[in-house]
Design a protein around this ligand. Structure first.
Ligand code: SF4
Length: 244
């Protein structure tokens, strides 16, 4: 990473720490810019800081963070080699969903992080992360249940990336079925997308986009697991699933 990029990153972190662009600054203890190597190939994007993150100023350090660390291992990754951040950098009161206007205010920070880190794969955990990243890339979000299982080529902030989506670890903490699905995602399509990206294998031919869906009527994936984004309707991730 160039000296210029490092300086840009330092300025970005300072801006986030002092940011007052949305009302979330009023109730935060600490903003949580994100952490990890600036040359990371893999980026994890969550929804927003929770209580522990707000207290420590670090992402994914509570119970959900411990689960994420374990899940990363399932995908053949170490936390220390992954850049981890959230869509919004300050904790919403009582862990409510971030409001659309808060996401809009905070999004430029995430896009600048993508520009600086230039990840090959972004793991979007939870519907807020998935829907925000898809929208920012001009793709249609079909809900977590439809999008999980896909590895989607996208251009985000001028960078070519593959986006893989799954549930939020916080949603899986008290839901054994969701936890099982999350583990299967990290062992399955996420691990594969990571391995392909690290080996320099990206989808290149039309065949890579041939549909074979993991769910009836769900997303369609090609022989190497890559698809075009799409899906219909808001399939999941409603209030009943919390952070899912
Ligand atoms: S959530 Fe983002 S936009 Fe809102 S105050 Fe925090 S850093 Fe600024």
């Amino acid at each position: 990473m160039s000296e210029d990029a490092v300086e840009r990153y330092k300025r970005l972190v300072e801006s986030i720490k002092n940011c007052t662009k949305c009302p979330l600054h009023l109730s935060r203890k600490n903003s949580v810019p994100g952490e990890g190597p600036l040359n990371a190939d893999i980026m994890v994007v969550g929804e927003a800081p929770g209580r522990s993150e707000d207290e420590q100023g670090r992402p994914f350090v509570g119970a959900a963070g411990k689960l994420l660390d374990r899940l990363l291992k399932e995908a053949g990754l170490e936390r220390g080699k992954v850049y981890i951040t959230n869509v919004v950098k300050c904790r919403p009161p009582n862990n409510r969903d971030p409001k659309p206007e808060e996401i809009t205010a905070c999004l430029p920070y995430l896009l600048e992080q993508v520009r600086l880190v230039k990840p090959k794969v972004i793991i979007a955990v939870g519907r807020i992360a998935g829907s925000t990243l898809y929208k920012a890339a001009g793709l249609k979000w079909g809900g977590v249940r439809r999008e999980r299982g896909k590895a989607v080529k996208a251009r985000l902030a001028g960078i070519d990336v593959v986006i893989v989506s799954t549930y939020h670890p916080a949603a899986a903490l008290y839901n054994p079925q969701l936890k099982e699905d999350l583990e299967s995602d990290f062992k399955g399509h996420i691990r594969k997308a990571v391995e392909d990206a690290l080996k320099g294998r990206a989808p290149k031919t039309l065949e890579d986009f041939i549909p074979l869906g993991p769910e009836p009527g769900g997303p369609k994936v090609g022989s190497r697991g890559y698809v075009e984004a799409g899906g219909e309707g808001e399939g999941s991730g409603g209030k009943g699933q919390g952070k899912a």
